[in-house]
Design a binder for this molecule. Structure first.
Ligand SMILES: *[C@@H]1O[C@H](CO)[C@@H](O)[C@H](O)[C@H]1NC(C)=O
Ligand SMILES: *[C@@H]1O[C@H](CO)[C@@H](O)[C@H](O)[C@H]1NC(C)=O
Ligand SMILES: *[C@@H]1O[C@H](CO)[C@@H](O)[C@H](O)[C@H]1NC(C)=O
Ligand SMILES: *[C@@H]1O[C@H](CO)[C@@H](O)[C@H](O)[C@H]1NC(C)=O
Ligand SMILES: *[C@@H]1O[C@H](CO)[C@@H](O)[C@H](O)[C@H]1NC(C)=O
Ligand SMILES: CC(=O)N[C@H]1CO[C@H](CO)[C@@H](O)[C@@H]1O
Length: 484
């Protein structure tokens, strides 16, 4: 017979070691030390599910590097990346070496990933090895649960899951490249009653396993159908920082943020953005910023997960026509943004990456400027701006002109003038480029005395270091300023 003391230790040893849930103060200190948390759920666009992303044969660091470069170009600071227990269990050493490669690439692009350990969504029977091709017109058709329901309902497999959690979280427990651990995505989504009962036993243990290796990063699991009920209470009770999913319009989203505030912990929205449901970057990111919560949308580069299709594509595959608006995704498969205006809003809310954020009056009250020192003629300069989802610089007020002048004087001493967007039109008047969200009808100009010259061969405008504007030939290579 097992002595009672050993039985006690065996049953409860996961509570004996490791750290407690963070206090509110610890969680707040952590949150305040992070760069604003904004990004997307990420899977390589050539992978249909987590196994395809992480198994040796299909792991694609070249593509990860390119796609995380796109995230960096928007100023994103995190990516929510789903791991898988079977990718680990079949080859722990190889899996961890691929995870290490991923973290190195993330770090190079200024991205701290939120790593997701388990997931209850979509296909219930994951199998290691070659993964099925996606079904035409169906979102996430190859996506797999982790663990599958067989492992969930078979407690003899739980030690394997424990090894996965402890080894992966433990290996990176002190690694500042990792933002945090999202231990279980939508835990009771698509489970029947038997499965939910097993989950209610397993989920608290998953938190205990992760805490047992003393992670310096926060643990969380996002609630997605309100905060009441057994499973949401397990999630919230165990989370160092709380997180939630919401795919509803702005007022409902804001209501959910207020609901989450009752827990007095930092908040991260780990899923939102479904355009046809009224959940979009343009409507929701400013709310996230206002309440100072992390914002992570579902979908990034369109590819084998086909996140451009809505949930109902499982019932009605989009085989004969395409949706009029993409459901999720930030980028098309060719690396261009689905909507330029969205890319601009994301960059603005991320503080105008590598440039000046002018909050001076005019132009919707918020404009980003980047100056470039490689001289280009005005056509090429405008094209270079467009690649960063920007126009040749638009300046809408004296205060903004002063901001821009100070920015270029202090940082770009090698150039004495910069192309801006103003140009002479066919009638001899001057206009701003009209594409994009930043257009307005500002009448502000700051011509140098004697300018503009009445010269039809000098149709382009430069900002001089003293803040004045002069017109000149468009073919002259010049430094330039982009804005968005
Ligand atoms: C993993 O993939 C690489 C490159 O595709 C290959 O060279 C290597 O042999 C594979 N390793 C295993 C253990 O299959
Ligand atoms: C739930 O699904 C499992 C298979 O994963 C099955 O064995 C069980 O009977 C189902 N339970 C209920 C209550 O439907
Ligand atoms: C969650 O925490 C509350 C408050 O401490 C407690 O009353 C409740 O029983 C806990 N629920 C679960 C499921 O852990
Ligand atoms: C500019 O030149 C055009 C053609 O030479 C002339 O018609 C026009 O009056 C001039 N405008 C000014 C403001 O000098
Ligand atoms: C700018 O240079 C490109 C070639 O780099 C040329 O095609 C274009 O016509 C030039 N534009 C102007 C206004 O000179
Ligand atoms: C983008 C950039 O380089 N900004 C710098 C411009 O110069 C000011 C003043 O020296 C710095 O504070 C900015 O960081």
């Amino acid at each position: 017979m097992v002595p009672l003391i050993f039985l006690f230790l065996t049953l409860f040893n996961y509570e004996v070691y490791g750290r407690e849930r963070w206090t509110e103060a610890q969680a707040s200190t952590w949150f305040q030390s992070q760069t604003y948390i904004m990004g997307s759920q990420y899977i390589t666009s050539d992978a249909g599910n987590q196994l395809e992303m992480f198994q040796n044969d299909t792991f694609n660091p070249t593509l990860i590097d390119y796609e995380l470069g796109l995230a960096e170009s928007l100023g994103m600071t995190t990516m929510r990346i789903f791991l898988h227990d079977l990718a680990y269990s079949q080859d722990p050493t190889g899996f961890k070496s691929r995870l290490e490669t991923l973290l190195q690439i993330c770090s190079k692009h200024g991205i701290k990933p939120l790593l997701t350990i388990f997931d209850s969504c979509w296909n219930a029977f994951p199998k290691a090895g070659k993964q099925p091709e996606p079904r035409t017109g169906v979102m996430l058709s190859a996506w797999v649960q982790s663990p599958g329901v067989i492992a969930l309902l078979d407690q003899t497999q739980w030690p394997r899951l424990q090894t996965y959690v402890k080894d992966v979280v433990g290996t990176y427990a002190n690694d500042a490249r990792v933002l945090g651990w999202d231990l279980w995505n939508e835990p009771d989504n698509s489970y029947n009653a038997t499965q939910v009962t097993a989950l209610e036993q397993l989920l608290p243990q998953v938190f205990d396993w992760a805490r047992s290796v003393d992670p310096t990063q926060p643990l969380t699991s996002g609630v997605f159908h309100g905060v009441t009920g057994a499973v949401p209470m397990i999630q919230i009770n165990n989370s160092d920082v709380v997180s939630f999913h919401n795919y509803d319009p702005a007022s409902n989203f804001e209501g959910m943020v207020k609901t989450m505030q009752q827990f007095n912990r930092p908040i991260i929205c780990t899923e939102y953005m479904a355009r046809t449901r009224g959940s979009s970057f343009i409507t929701h990111l400013p709310i996230g910023k206002q309440y100072n919560i992390g914002m992570i949308n579902w979908g990034f580069v369109n590819g084998k997960t086909q996140n451009n299709y809505p949930w109902d594509s499982w019932q009605n595959p989009y085989t004969t026509y395409q949706p009029y608006l993409w459901f999720h995704e930030v980028f098309r498969n060719d690396g261009t943004p689905y909507m330029v205006e969205e890319a601009q809003v994301i960059k603005r809310l991320n503080g105008c990456p590598k440039g000046l954020k002018s909050t001076a009056a005019s132009l919707k009250g918020l404009t980003c400027y980047n100056a470039y020192t490689t001289p280009l003629n005005s056509t090429d300069a405008a094209a270079a701006c467009a690649k960063t989802y920007a126009n040749l610089g638009i300046i809408g007020s004296a205060a903004q002109n002063a901001d821009v002048m100070n920015y270029v004087s202090a940082n770009f001493s090698s150039c004495d003038k910069f192309y801006i967007g103003l140009y002479q039109d066919a009638y001899g008047g001057y206009d701003w480029p009209m594409s994009g969200w930043t257009y307005d009808n500002s009448a502000y100009v700051n011509w140098k005395t004697g300018y503009p010259t009445n010269d039809t061969t000098a149709k382009c405008v430069v900002l001089n270091k003293d803040g004045t504007w002069t017109n000149q030939a468009c073919s002259t290579p010049q430094c330039y300023i982009c804005s968005y």
